[in-house]
Design a protein around this ligand. Structure first.
Ligand code: PLP
Length: 423
């Protein structure tokens, strides 16, 4: 039987409540950017769609120290299966990479390997919510959150990330979470910080204080899993300073379980190796042991074991203090380059009068606007490719040069103004 939904015919496959589009929006725009580059030359095109750090010539930046570690792996190290939850050396290296100098006072910390940060998000959803549940995140968020939830028969509802004063809207978080907890006994909250995708916002310690204050009011018969998506944690600024929120994760009651989704994709420029870890801050040994066993079981039923090569690389880096120092230094260099691009964009946006959302760090800056699709289309005509989201445009400063970061705010403003006037 042929089913027709959103102009898509399901011939042999089943829709199963999902909204499956023919082409991923970002990959579609990226393809058009590639075509224009072929036609007009890279210098005449701005491809601000890609979520990876590229140099000024549009080439992927890979930390040479990490590349060296990769090339030194023996066949057994990359070709053998890894244990389902990760090699023991990787698990402890992942905890060191995620927590750095932070030493937990009370929380039981455990790590389970996952294919990228994405695997951690999936495992949290499957194991800490029930089919049909509503999950909670911010209105500005990474859209694959919805895909992952839908794949497992869950869906997200959102709260406003910013209040009128453009500050973290803890009141909105409280009221949405309370509303959901009236209907469900368990709730997962996703917060992407520091350096959120797509806004670049990082929760301040004051934001954390208020969030933890709220979490302490969750009724004892309800369960909350707080997923902190730290995909961009090492691209916000000083790596220790941006981990100063970690102690807050120990200040929650036992019915709240914080979990970090830690991605090696950006931190070690290993996007394609699919390496990551989920790390729990459990209130008891029992909750920590359960975390490991349910996540390993669930991994077995999804991807079995995660790729071994990335795990071996991370373990090797953390076993060699000089190599670790080199990786950290190299990462600082590329982060400084990224943050210089961000500053160029912000300064120029300010000068031009372009309203951007509060940016703190990371790969993306967002510009709120009424008709992002129309503004995006207008910009494409001029060779500027950025991503229209539901409430604005997302610019990947990770993938364009400082010079282009300086050049585009005025053009974005002109496109937004023109599409507003066209209405
Ligand atoms: N979370 C956010 C906000 C992201 O932007 C990404 C990647 O772009 C991820 C998680 C997952 O990263 P990966 O699965 O590639 O490690």
């Amino acid at each position: 039987m042929t089913k027709k939904t959103n102009d898509i015919k399901y011939i042999m496959s089943q829709q199963n409540g999902r909204r499956i589009t023919k082409e991923d929006v970002i990959f579609g725009i990226n393809k058009r950017a590639g075509e224009m580059i072929k036609e007009k030359g890279a210098e005449n095109v701005v491809n601000g769609t890609i979520g990876a750090l590229l140099d000024d010539d549009g080439e992927l930046m890979v930390l040479s120290s990490v590349d060296g570690a990769f090339r030194s792996l023996s066949p057994k190290e990359y070709a053998a299966y890894a244990p389902i939850g990760g090699t023991p050396e990787f698990r402890s290296a992942a905890i060191r990479a995620a927590l750095k100098g932070f030493k937990p006072k009370t929380a039981r910390i455990r790590a389970v390997s996952t294919p990228g940060g994405t695997g951690s998000l999936r495992n949290v959803i499957v194991n800490y919510s029930c089919p049909g549940d509503k999950l909670l995140t911010t209105d500005w968020h990474w859209s694959p959150y919805n895909t992952i939830a839908e794949e497992h028969g869950r869906s997200f509802t959102t709260f406003k990330l910013f209040d009128e004063a453009k500050k973290f809207n803890v009141e909105a978080l409280k009221s949405k979470a309370n509303e959901l907890l009236e209907k469900q006994n368990q709730l997962i909250i996703f917060i992407n910080t520091p350096a959120q995708n797509p806004t670049g916002y990082s929760l301040t310690n004051e934001d954390w204080e208020k969030t933890v204050e709220y979490l302490n009011t969750v009724p004892a018969d309800k369960k909350v899993t707080l997923l902190v998506d730290t995909a961009y944690i090492d691209f916000a600024g000083d790596e220790d300073e941006y981990r100063s929120f970690l102690p807050y994760l120990e200040q929650v009651p036992p019915n709240v379980l914080p979990v970090l989704a830690f991605s090696m994709s950006k931190t070690f420029t290993l996007y394609g190796l699919r390496c990551g870890a989920m790390i729990c801050f459990a209130a008891s040994e029992a909750v920590a042991d359960e975390f490991v066993s349910v996540c390993e079981y669930s991994s077995r039923g999804a991807w079995s074991n995660s790729p071994r090569a990335g795990q071996e690389i991370i373990a090797r880096i953390f076993a060699d203090p000089r190599l670790l120092e080199k990786v950290t230094e190299e990462r600082k260099e590329i982060r400084d380059m990224l943050l210089a691009r961000a500053k160029a964009f912000e300064d120029e946006a300010k000068r031009a009068g372009l309203n951007i959302l509060p940016f703190d760090g990371g790969f993306f800056i967002s510009v709120p606007c009424k008709d992002p699709v129309a503004a995006g289309r207008e910009l494409e005509k001029e060779g500027i490719f950025i991503v229209p989201l539901a409430m604005g445009l997302r610019v990947s400063i990770a993938s364009i040069s400082e010079e282009k970061c300086k050049m585009i705010p005025e053009r974005i403003l002109a496109a937004i103004t023109k599409t507003r006037e066209d209405k």
